[in-house]
Design a protein around this ligand. Sequence first.
Ligand SMILES: C[S@@+](CC[C@H](N)C(=O)[O-])C[C@H]1O[C@@H](n2cnc3c(N)ncnc32)[C@H](O)[C@@H]1O
Length: 269
Amino acid sequence: MNYDINDTEYKRLSSLLYDITGITLNDSKKVLLTGRLSKRLTALGLDTYTQYFKYVTDPVHTQELDYMVDLLTTNETYFFREPQHFDFLKQIIPPGIKQGTVFRVWSAAASIGAEAYTIAMILADKLGVGGSWEILGTDISNSVLEQARRGHYRMSEAEKIPQEYLKKYCLKGKGEQEGTFLIDKKLRQHVSFEHLNLNVENMKKVGDFDVIFLRNVLIYFDIPTKQRVIANLVPCLKNGGYLIVGHSESLNGISSAITQVKPTVYRRL
Ligand SMILES: C[S@@+](CC[C@H](N)C(=O)[O-])C[C@H]1O[C@@H](n2cnc3c(N)ncnc32)[C@H](O)[C@@H]1O
């Protein structure tokens, strides 16, 4: 069923989403919001978006906020997306990792994990499956993180994975699992996923990374949000560490703590 939304209702719900996630929904996104929330209204037996706003902001229903964020975030991703970034990663991986150190990469808007496991395939190839490397994937949406942790995908999602990697690092589903693949455990054990909102003041430090991938999420943020998010991320980069954004994104004028080394690639000073 489709429910009408008036301007006040749209403003309230889009402001709520902005306050939590930093995602800006302008007026052209009304259809997107109603398209994604209408089933939820039906499931809850609510008749209007005013009722839904009351429900989602009622402290008794704190879980509903997470649910709303799950529904309103755009989680599109795929393996080996924007492949030039993975060519760049291959170039900057040191030939050997010094004893006692770990090469660490963070996929900071990980969605269902395709980016994190793409990075894992590259690192396994360069540093060995038993090498000293680890990957953290984080996202604000709990439902995508569940899939990321499973590392289990439809075969159609393997389209861009080079055959050689598919053979080495993925297990083809058989029987009931026909038509799917699982990321091999020897890769999965280097990769962990955590729930993390990038849009908070003074976010907790999640570690020191050699490379942070922050791709295809800044497009949803306005300038103050971008500044807050980058201020959160920069302290998590090792000196000289790299920050990579999506091909349609830019950090020009956003932070003086990083310098651009090529389009969409920045480095901590
Ligand atoms: C379009 S996906 C990008 C996935 C991947 N980085 C890629 O480039 O293919 C954007 C992801 O950012 C997440 N996201 C949006 N706002 C966020 C926030 N404030 N904190 C953390 N993750 C957020 C969404 O849940 C979504 O999974």
